[in-house]
Write a protein that binds this ligand. Structure first.
Ligand code: SDX
Length: 392
């Protein structure tokens, strides 16, 4: 027999929180970071500048940006023992499994930045995480393809450094294509933060217990991995490739509408946006720029464009207010740049680390902060007595 215990109807969910970092208007398709619209930041700013903005609340002056960039570059290398840790993984380990493991392990190496009560240690941990994520992501990729790991080259920009560590080889020089570097930087900006999404809420909840920042970010990476969240970019490109040609789109749209079919259009829909995700708009524009710069074409882009067109004109998607989200086009660009689909979510985690860290710092420095404790509505059995096994 189950019973529902009455609960205080006045209790407010502990799931909501105040923040000054990111504002989303889901109905209007608005996304602001510290008041600045995402399309302006994506088209006029740099990822390092956006990192400074998210962490400090204001756009940096020239000297502030130079000093911040230099500080980040000083933390790009990893303790050599972590490469030993890496070699314990199978070569076919998913990059997100490696990222979860290595980021969590950072707390075993950088003891001088795990005391969350010390403002200096919190800042060093924040800079270390932002700086080391590209090195870790590139290392995971190199390990999976059996190529030697490249050390960071701090004479390069953040995005160029990452591209070189990923695609460069010791046998020959690697020239970063400026258009690809710009696209990479823009993709990082578009993924930097997004209010209280599932993985950010995970980081806040883990941080509310006083866990060290490396462990909290590892928790966020684990949550982001899911196909309903950050794993959607990998799933979206796999879906587009499975569709293959525009004539097969109607069949998949019908499947997405069929309640008895678990299939959903990956890269479509959102918990908050009931309008166009402003990041998807910039992402679609970036596809065109990367394709023309690299002189590549990929039929999957045409499938994506026609799928979007058909879905946006379908009564079901109109009624449910389903639009493309940030993950719909990102895979098309990342694939054109040369990343395998298995790296897509790792790139999302790389970019989102600054958002997680900014949100974590905001929570940790809130004097009224208490440990997170979501409330439940109990719907299980009312109290009853134990029955010995021979009488059941
Ligand atoms: C990210 O939260 C964030 O901010 C996340 C993120 C970030 O930057 O951190 O923006 C990143 O995670 C983007 C979302 C990536 N995920 C996907 O693209 C996976 C595909 N999308 C869906 O799984 C879905 O849209 C969710 C999970 C994103 C949202 O699911 P909800 O909460 O069920 O969406 P909803 O309440 O708006 O759904 C309304 C209806 C439902 O049908 P009914 O129950 O009303 O009958 O629309 C249906 C849903 O079943 N629906 C879809 C659909 N998404 C929702 N039907 C078909 N295809 C879809 N993609």
């Amino acid at each position: 027999q189950t019973g529902v215990f009455t609960y205080d109807p006045g209790f407010t969910s502990t799931a909501s929180c105040e923040s000054k970092i990111t504002y989303i208007d889901g109905d209007e398709g608005v996304l602001l970071h510290r008041g600045y619209p995402i399309n302006q930041l994506a088209e006029q700013s740099s990822f390092m500048e956006v990192c400074y903005l998210l962490l400090n609340g204001e756009l940096p002056k020239q000297d502030e940006l130079a000093s911040f960039t230099r500080t980040i570059s000083r933390h790009t290398m990893l303790h050599e023992q972590l490469t030993t840790f890496l070699r314990g993984f199978r070569r076919d380990a998913h990059p997100m499994a490696i990222m979860c493991g290595i980021v969590g392990a950072l707390s075993a190496f950088y003891h001088d930045s795990t005391d969350i009560t010390d403002v200096q240690q919190r800042m060093i941990a924040s800079h270390r995480l932002i700086a080391k994520m590209p090195t870790i992501a590139a290392m995971a990729y190199k390990y999976s393809v059996g190529q030697p790991i490249l050390y960071p080259d701090n004479s390069l920009s953040y995005s160029a450094n990452f591209l070189r560590m990923t695609f460069g080889v010791p046998a020959e020089p690697y020239e970063v294509d400026p258009a690809v570097e710009r696209a990479m930087d823009r993709i990082f900006i578009l993924h930097a933060d997004h209010e209280q999404n599932a993985s950010t809420s995970t980081v806040r909840l883990a941080g509310s217990s006083g866990a060290n920042p490396f462990a909290c970010i590892a928790a966020g990476i684990a949550c982001l991995w899911g196909p309903a969240h950050g794993g959607a970019n990998e799933a979206a490109l796999n879906m587009l490739r499975e569709i293959g040609t525009p004539d097969r789109i109607p069949h998949y749209i019908e499947r997405a509408k069929d309640k008895n079919d678990p299939f959903r259009l990956m890269g479509f829909g959102h918990r908050v946006y009931k309008n166009y995700d402003p990041r998807a708009t910039v992402m679609q524009k970036t596809v065109r720029e990367v394709f023309s710069a690299l002189k590549v074409t990929d039929p999957v882009f045409e499938v994506a464009l026609q799928l979007e067109e058909m879905a946006l004109n379908d009564p079901y998607f109109i009624e449910k207010k389903l639009f493309p989200n940030v993950d719909f086009y990102s895979g098309v660009i990342l694939s054109a740049i040369g990343f395998p689909t298995s790296m897509f979510t790792a790139l999302f985690a790389l970019a989102r680390t600054v958002g997680w860290i900014a949100q974590w710092n905001e929570m940790i420095t809130d004097p009224d902060q208490k440990i997170g404790r979501p409330r439940q509505l109990y719907t299980g059995p009312t109290q009853r007595d134990y029955v010995p096994i021979d009488r059941r």
